[in-house]
Design a protein around this ligand. Structure first.
Ligand SMILES: C[S@@+](CC[C@H](N)C(=O)[O-])C[C@H]1O[C@@H](n2cnc3c(N)ncnc32)[C@H](O)[C@@H]1O
Length: 197
C-alpha cells in the first residue's frame, strides 16, 4: 500500500469533496495543543499541512509515502522536524510524546492492525501526554456510502486493504484511551478528539 500515486492530487481532491470547511477540519488538532507541549509525534501526516501551524516544537513525522514526505519537507515551520519514512507498525521508539496526532491515519488499518497500532500508541504517550485523533465516524446512510466510495477509490489507487469504516472511538476506548473532548464536523461525520491514557 502506498499513497505515492495520489500524493500530488490528495489535498486538491479533499478540498473538492469537502469544500471550504476542510481547512477547519485539518486545523482542528491545534485546538488541543498547548504552548507547553513540546515533543510531538505526527503519524500519517500526508503532505504536511499540519506542520505549518506548529512552530517551535520538536516533531517526529512518520509517514509511509516518500512522495508525501517530499511535499511535507517543503512546508515552512520553525519546528525541528525529524522525517521518518516508515510503517508506523514496524517503527521502534522508546520515546514518550507530549502529543501524538493521528490525522486521518487510523482509517487506513484493518481491525487486527488497528488494535496493534492503538496498543503500541498507549506506550508512547508521555506522562500528562495526549493523543489527538481526526477521522471519520458513522453518520447518515448517504455519508456511509460516500466513505465506501472513498475507500474504493483509495483501494484502486493506493492498494489500501480497508473497505469499511471501523468504530474508531470504541476501539480507542477498548485499549484504555479516555476521551477528553470531542469536536464534530459535517454533522458528526468527522470527529476530532483528545484522548488521555
Ligand atoms: C488518508 S491519508 C491522510 C493524510 C493527511 N493526514 C490528511 O489529513 O490529509 C493517510 C496517510 O497515512 C499514511 N499511512 C498509512 N498507513 C501508514 C503506516 N502504516 N505508517 C505510516 N504512515 C501511514 C499514508 O501514506 C497517508 O499519507
Amino acid at each position: 500500500m502506498s499513497f505515492d500515486r495520489v500524493a500530488h492530487i490528495y489535498d486538491g481532491l479533499a478540498r473538492l469533496v469537502f469544500g471550504k470547511s476542510w481547512q477547519k477540519v485539518q486545523n482542528s488538532p491545534f485546538h488541543y495543543i498547548q504552548e507547553s507541549d513540546q515533543n510531538i509525534l505526527i503519524a500519517g501526516g500526508g503532505s504536511g499541512k499540519l506542520l505549518s501551524g506548529l512552530d517551535d516544537k520538536k516533531i517526529t513525522y512518520i509517514e509511509l509515502s516518500s512522495e508525501m514526505i517530499k511535499k511535507a519537507k517543503s512546508i515552512q515551520t520553525t519546528s525541528i522536524v525529524n522525517f521518518i519514512e516508515a510503517d508506523f507498525l514496524n517503527w521502534e521508539s522508546n520515546e514518550r510524546f507530549d502529543v501524538i496526532i493521528f490525522p486521518f491515519f487510523l482509517d487506513c488499518f484493518l481491525e487486527s492492525d488497528l488494535k496493534k497500532v492503538l496498543q503500541k500508541t498507549t506506550s508512547m504517550v508521555g506522562r500528562n501526554g495526549k493523543l489527538i485523533v481526526t477521522d471519520f465516524q458513522k453518520a447518515s446512510p448517504l455519508k456511509y456510502w460516500l466513505v465506501r466510495l472513498m475507500y474504493g477509490f483509495f483501494r484502486f489507487t493506493t492498494g489500501l486493504k480497508v473497505n469499511r469504516l471501523l468504530d474508531l472511538r470504541t476501539q480507542l476506548k477498548t485499549v484504555g484511551f479516555k476521551e477528553q473532548e470531542l469536536k464534530d464536523f459535517y454533522g458528526g461525520w468527522i470527529f476530532c478528539s483528545e484522548y488521555k491514557i
